[in-house]
Design a protein around this ligand. Structure first.
Ligand code: C2E
Ligand code: MG
Ligand code: MG
Length: 631
C-alpha cells in the first residue's frame, strides 16, 4: 500500500517536472536561436522606447506570443525590465529579483505563479514563468529573457504522462496482489495456526491436554480477582492419586498413562463449565471451582471427585479404580492470592493423606502458619522443660488378668492450652524433626520408671512408640543401649512399637538399625496392624516379635462377624509365624474372654485401664486378679 502510494506520487512528480522542463527548454531554444539575431546590446542598457519598442512588439507577436504564451519580458543587467509585451511593466523591477539574478549568472529556471501577481494587466491565470539568460555573440549574459506560458496546457501535458503511467503501475500492483493473494492467505493461515499451537502447548499438558500448572495458576489469579469484585467464594483443590506409582510399577507406564488420560476425560465432566481441571504434574491434578456457597458444598464436590476416581475403568483389560487425597483451600477464607491458596491446599492434601477423606485447610496443620510455628517453638521448650508427661496403659494376660506390661503414652501438659493428647502434637513433631528429641525423652522417662517399679518389686515390660525418623537415625540403637545400661533394665523388657504404615514405608531403609536393636535383645512390635496394606509374609521378613491388632477390629468384634474372623485368623497366623499378639481396644469383659478363647497373648484397653500416672499403675498392680472392678 505504502509502495503504491509512493509510486503514484513519484509518477506525478516526475510527469510535472517533465512538462516544466520542456517549457524551460522551449524558452531556452528561443533565447539561443532567435534573440541573438534580433536583439542588440543597446536594447538592455535602458527601457526601450519609440520605434525600437514597436519593432520588438512586432517580433513578440510573430515569434513569441504564439499559442499559450501570454507575456514576454527582457531584463537589463541591473534587473530592470527593459522590454515587456505588457508596456505598463517597462521600466519596473520584479517583485522578487532572485530568479532574474540567477538567470543573469547563466542559469535557466522556471516557477509556477499567478500572472497578475507579477503586476501589469493580466488575468489571475496560473502561469509557468521561465527565465533564461540572453547571450549576444557568446560570453557572459547581457540580460534575461522571461516567458510566461499558460499553465493549463502544461498541466494537461503532465496529466497525459501521469495517467497512463499511474494506470500501468496500478495494473502491475493489482496483478501482483492477485497472484500473491492466495499464497499470502495460505502463509498467514499457517502462521496463525502455528502461533496458536505453540501457545496451546505452552499452557497445556501434552499427555492429557488438560491445562497445565501455568494456566491453572493464571485461572486461579483471574478467579480471585473476579470473586473479590463480586464478593463470592472459590475453592482451589489439589487431588493426588494414592498408590499411582504401584499402577506404573506393576502394569507399566503405558497403563499408567491410559489411566491418567481416562481420568482427564472423566473429571471435567463433573465440573461446571467455568471451572478448571488441570494436570499439575505426575499424578497430581488441580481443580478450580468458582462460586462455592459454603464448606459443605465444596466437601460434597470433593466427594463426587473421589467417587468418580474410585469408579473402576477398564485399562488394558484390567479394572482400575483409584483412591485420591484431596486438599482444599478457599478464597477468601484461607488466602487471597494464588500462591497462598495453592500452598495451603497442599498442606490440606497432606492432612487428607492421613485422614483418607478430603481435607479443608486448617492452620494448625500448617507447619508454616504462625499458630503452628508458635507450637513448634513451644514443643521444643516443652521437651526440655519436662512439660511432657508419660502415662502408662496396662497390658494384661486376657486369661488370668495378670499385669504383664505397659505401653508408655505421652501427653503434653501445656501451660495455657491444658492437657494435649498425642494426636495434637505428634504429627507436628514428626514433620519438624522434633520427634527424635521427643522419643529420647519418653524412652528416658519410661526406662527410669521401669527401674523404679522394679525396685518396688513390680517387674513389667514397657512398650515405647517410635517413629520412622528414629529408626532412620543410625545413632538410635546406641542411645537405646546406653539408656538400658544406665537404668539397668533388661533389653527383653523393652518393646519398640512402630505403626504398620511406617513399617511399610521406612523399614526397608532402616534394616541395619533394626538388626542392631534385635541384636541388643529389644523386641519390635507392629502397631495398629490391619490398618495398612502390609501382609504377614512381608512382616515375617523383618525382625519383628509382636503384632498389635488395631483397636478398630477388636472393639467391634462382638457384634461384627467379619472383624471377629479377622482377629481370629490374625492371631492364628501370627502364632504360626512365632509372633506374639497384643489386642488393642479391649473395652469389655466379653471382648476380653473372646480374646482369651482365641489364645491372644495380651489385651490392652479401657476394660483393664486407661493410660495412667506411674503411681496409679503401682496401685493397679496390687489389685490384679479381678480386672472388671478397676474400671
Ligand atoms: P497407639 O500406640 O495405638 O496407642 C493406643 C491408643 O489407643 C492410645 O491413645 C490409647 O489411649 C488408646 N486406647 C487404649 N485402649 C483403648 C480402648 O479400650 N478404647 C479406645 N477407644 N482407645 C483405647 P493415645 O494415648 O491418645 O495415643 C494415640 C497415639 O499416639 C498412639 O497410638 C501412638 O501412635 C501415638 N503416641 C502416643 N505416645 C507416643 C510417643 O511417645 N511417641 C510416639 N511416636 N507416638 C506416640
Ligand atoms: Mg502404640
Ligand atoms: Mg495402636
Amino acid at each position: 500500500m505504502v509502495a503504491a502510494v509512493g509510486g503514484f506520487f513519484f509518477i506525478r512528480h516526475y510527469s510535472t517536472e517533465h512538462a516544466e522542463s520542456t517549457a524551460i527548454a522551449h524558452t531556452d531554444f528561443i533565447a539561443g536561436s532567435i534573440l541573438p539575431d534580433e536583439l542588440r546590446r543597446s536594447d538592455f542598457a535602458a527601457p526601450v522606447r519609440g520605434a525600437r519598442l514597436r519593432q520588438l512588439d512586432r517580433l513578440s507577436h510573430h515569434e513569441f506570443l504564439t499559442e499559450g504564451i501570454l507575456r514576454v519580458k527582457l531584463y537589463g543587467p541591473n534587473g530592470q525590465v527593459v522590454y515587456s509585451s505588457d508596456h505598463s511593466l517597462i521600466g519596473s523591477r520584479p517583485v522578487e529579483s532572485g530568479e532574474v539574478t540567477r538567470a543573469l549568472h547563466g542559469e535557466s529556471l522556471g516557477d509556477v505563479t499567478q500572472l497578475n501577481a507579477e503586476g501589469g494587466t493580466g488575468s489571475n491565470k496560473t502561469v509557468l514563468e521561465s527565465y533564461v539568460p540572453v547571450r549576444l555573440g557568446g560570453g557572459r549574459p547581457v540580460g534575461v529573457f522571461e516567458l510566461y506560458a499558460d499553465y493549463g496546457p502544461i498541466a494537461s501535458d503532465a496529466r497525459s504522462i501521469f495517467l497512463p503511467l499511474a494506470a500501468g503501475l496500478a495494473a502491475v500492483l493489482l496483478g501482483l496482489y492477485l497472484s500473491f493473494f492466495p499464497i499470502l492467505k495460505r502463509v498467514t493461515r499457517t502462521l496463525r495456526r502455528q502461533v496458536q499451537e505453540i501457545e496451546h502447548k505452552a499452557y497445556h499438558d501434552s499427555l492429557t491436554d488438560l491445562p497445565n500448572r501455568t494456566l491453572f495458576e493464571d485461572r486461579v489469579e483471574r478467579g480471585v480477582l473476579e470473586a473479590n469484585a463480586r464478593g463470592t467464594r472459590l475453592a482451589v483443590m489439589l487431588v493426588d492419586l494414592d498408590r499411582f506409582k504401584d499402577v506404573n510399577d506393576s502394569l507399566g507406564h503405558h497403563s499408567g498413562d491410559r489411566l491418567l488420560k481416562a481420568i482427564a476425560e472423566d473429571l471435567p465432566a463433573q465440573m461446571r463449565r467455568d471451572d478448571t481441571v488441570a494436570r499439575l504434574g505426575g499424578d497430581e491434578f488441580g481443580i478450580l471451582a468458582l462460586d462455592i456457597s459454603d464448606t459443605s458444598a465444596v466437601l460434597a464436590l470433593a466427594e463426587k471427585v473421589q467417587a468418580v476416581l474410585a469408579n473402576p475403568r477398564m485399562i488394558d483389560g484390567i479394572e482400575l479404580g483409584v483412591d485420591a487425597s484431596i486438599g482444599i483451600a478457599l478464597f477468601p477464607d484461607h488466602g487471597d492470592d494464588v500462591e497462598t491458596l495453592i500452598r495451603r491446599a497442599d498442606v490440606a492434601m497432606y492432612r487428607s493423606k492421613e485422614t483418607h477423606g478430603a481435607a479443608l485447610y486448617e492452620s494448625e496443620h500448617d507447619n508454616h502458619s504462625p499458630a503452628r510455628l508458635t507450637l513448634v517453638a513451644e514443643l521444643h521448650r516443652a521437651i526440655s522443660d519436662r512439660e511432657l508427661i508419660v502415662n502408662y496403659q496396662p497390658q494384661c494376660d486376657p486369661a488370668s488378668g495378670e499385669l504383664v506390661g505397659v505401653e508408655a503414652l505421652v501427653r503434653w501438659q501445656h501451660p495455657e492450652r491444658g492437657l494435649l493428647m498425642p494426636e495434637e502434637f505428634i504429627p507436628l513433631a514428626e514433620h519438624t524433626g522434633l520427634i527424635r528429641a521427643l522419643t529420647s525423652h519418653v524412652l528416658d522417662v519410661s526406662l527410669r520408671q521401669c527401674r523404679e517399679w522394679q525396685g518396688e518389686g513390680l517387674t513389667v515390660a514397657v512398650a515405647v512408640n517410635v517413629s520412622g525418623r528414629d529408626l532412620l537415625d543410625p545413632q538410635f540403637p546406641e542411645e537405646v543401649e546406653s539408656l538400658l545400661e544406665r537404668y539397668n533394665v533388661n533389653p527383653s523388657q523393652l518393646e519398640l512399637e512402630i505403626t504398620e504404615n511406617t513399617a511399610l514405608t521406612e523399614l526397608p531403609r532402616a534394616r541395619a538399625t533394626l538388626a542392631r536393636l534385635n541384636q541388643l535383645g529389644v523386641s519390635l512390635a507392629i502397631d495398629d496392624f490391619g490398618t495398612g496394606n502390609s501382609s504377614l509374609a512381608y512382616i515375617r521378613r523383618l525382625p519383628v516379635r509382636v503384632l498389635k491388632i488395631d483397636r478398630s477390629f477388636v472393639m467391634h468384634m462382638m457384634d461384627n462377624e467379619e472383624d471377629r474372623a479377622i482377629v481370629h485368623s490374625t492371631i492364628d497366623l501370627a502364632h504360626s509365624l512365632g509372633l506374639r499378639v497384643v489386642a488393642e481396644g479391649v473395652e469389655s469383659a466379653e471382648c476380653n474372654s473372646i480374646l482369651a478363647e482365641l489364645r491372644c497373648d495380651l489385651a490392652q484397653g479401657f476394660y483393664f485401664g486407661k493410660a495412667m500416672a506411674a503411681d496409679d499403675l503401682a496401685r493397679f498392680s496390687h489389685s490384679a486378679a479381678a480386672p472388671g472392678h478397676r474400671m
